[in-house]
Design a protein around this ligand. Structure first.
Ligand code: ATP
Ligand code: MG
Length: 473
């Protein structure tokens, strides 16, 4: 341990969670040194001490395990090669990692080797950004050798050490820098920015699921419009399909921005329209909604640009992008459905909206009708955001959508039906009413009954439907 003076500590020890302190105590009672490190320290200094606790310690992992077990704490050997075990206290996991420095990163992914060291400062030096490279202890206070606290106050993401070297060791840090900037609403410090722009193409060599996990963080932050506009090289390196949108002139009276700027504005738009509660899927859909445009571009005899079929192509492209990034299917399907249907003509009528909902339902794979209603609200928010990101004369559609919203609220309140499973009759009723045997015809009649209910020709009521079916034979 070094004797150098440390910065004053601004974390109130009362904020430290008991499950993390139990781990520190167990290690220190056994004669080791231990600290809270990384994200918990960063967020506690920001007044948000809810982050998971990570602990770093002078103990080798076998000694950590012994000390924790001696204190009656459950331990799992989760990453012993890198010096990590996971302690579980009251159901809360705490990663405990030996002070270490990383060896070379020949695959831009994992250090080839790690070397265990004795000084927490050496461990902090291997960490990515100054705001993530602080350690804290309830008695000894804060260790902040790289000015993380000052960068937190200034709102800066700055690499620890030489930025170019740090990004060349692990290209994922390029995306992590953007993710933390988005999450915290920070800027990227100048030299770090220059190095990360330079290193962005190296993301092509990083495992796609790691890129996907960081992209979820960026998109989920609600500040991805900033990332797409100001960190375009990085976003395009992560999702090459976004690249063709850059500077793509739409040559259309409906548009006053290129496809990328239109997209950024639509992304910012959903943040406004969703009333402060924006789902991750809506954020992804806003980013991807026009991704198919460059591939569909045509120019007519008058020189006007068109994008016929762009929602269809865009949905196919989005599906591939999301699969490639290993985004879970239950998240990807509603995103792709929103992209596919964002431009589908719709009237502010009961029948028209139900038709769109049936399509949204079929494509999104959501189970509960209430979830489909929620997704339909998101579809309207996406359309509003899309409209205000167009030329001035198109923006009025955003107001028109209030009429659609009213219809949607009414049909949700009336428990309207848009799926066969919501009909007041079953296959058995159909067979009896129509005098037919089991087979595909039963499904066809149920579908016909659903179409009639959705068009308002018959009520979704058992007796009414049975007489409607009998009358049709
Ligand atoms: P959050 O989990 O909220 O995204 P975090 O700071 O906990 O934020 P993690 O990815 O969980 O981030 O990593 C924990 C800590 O490990 C970081 O704070 C950082 O100090 C270090 N770290 C993680 N990944 C890297 C990396 N690729 N290069 C260098 N240091 C890293
Ligand atoms: Mg973490």
């Amino acid at each position: 341990m070094s004797d150098e003076p440390r910065m004053r500590d601004h974390i109130d020890p009362a904020l430290a969670p008991a499950f993390g302190l139990a781990v520190l105590d167990a290690l220190e009672v056994a004669g080791h040194e231990a600290w809270f490190v990384g994200g918990w320290v960063r967020d506690a200094l920001r007044g948000e001490p809810a982050h998971d606790v990570d602990v770093c310690t002078s103990a080798r992992w076998e000694d950590s395990e012994r000390a924790l077990v001696a204190a009656g704490i459950e331990v799992h050997e989760t990453g012993t090669k890198h010096g990590t075990v996971t302690a579980v206290v009251g159901g809360r996991p705490v990663e405990v990692t030996t002070y270490r420095v990383d060896g070379a990163y020949t695959d831009l992914r994992h250090p080839d080797s790690v070397t265990f060291v004795d000084d927490v400062r050496e461990d902090l030096a291997r960490r990515d950004f100054t705001v993530n490279a602080m350690a804290w202890h309830p008695v000894r206070g804060l260790v902040d050798p790289f000015g993380g606290q000052a960068d937190l106050a200034a709102g800066l993401i700055r690499a620890v050490g030489n930025p170019a070297e740090r990004f060349s060791e692990d290209a994922l840090r390029v995306l992590r820098a953007v993710r933390f900037a988005c999450r915290l609403g920070f800027s990227v410090e100048g030299e770090t920015q220059a190095a990360l722009t330079q290193a962005a193409p190296e993301l092509a060599h990083v495992a796609r699921e790691r890129v996907g996990a960081e992209m979820r963080g960026i998109v989920g932050s609600g500040r991805a419009a900033w990332a797409l506009r100001r960190q375009t090289d990085v976003m395009v390196a992560a999702i090459p399909e976004l690249g063709r949108m850059r500077g793509f002139d739409q040559r259309s009276p409906y548009h006053c921005y290129d496809v990328l700027e239109h997209t950024c504005r639509a992304m910012a738009g959903v943040e406004c329209f969703a009333g402060g509660v924006v789902s991750e899927r809506l954020r992804w859909a806003a980013m991807l909604h026009d991704i198919g445009k460059p591939a569909c571009f045509t120019v007519d005899a008058r020189g006007q640009g068109h994008f016929f079929g762009h929602p269809h192509i865009g949905a196919k492209m989005s599906e591939r992008v999301l699969r490639d990034l290993a985004i879970p299917l239950e998240l990807a399907r509603p995103i792709v459905a929103l992209v596919r249907l964002h431009d589908r003509p719709m009237k502010a009528s009961w029948a028209s909206e139900l038709k769109l909902m049936a399509d949204l339902d079929r494509r999104s794979g959501l189970r509960e009708p209430g979830e489909v209603v929620a997704l339909m609200h998101e579809m309207l928010d996406l359309r509003r955001a899309d409209a205000i990101a167009k030329a001035l004369q198109c923006r009025g559609y955003a107001v028109e959508l209030d009429g659609h919203e009213r219809v949607l609220r009414r049909l949700a309140a009336a428990d309207a039906c848009w799926r066969v499973a919501g009909l007041a009759i079953s296959g058995g009723d159909v067979m009896r009413a129509c005098g037919i045997a089991p087979g595909p015809e039963v499904g066809a009649r149920l579908q016909a009954a659903l179409d009639a209910v959705m068009a308002g020709e018959v009520a979704n009521d058992r007796d009414a439907l049975v007489s409607w079916l009998s009358a049709r034979g």
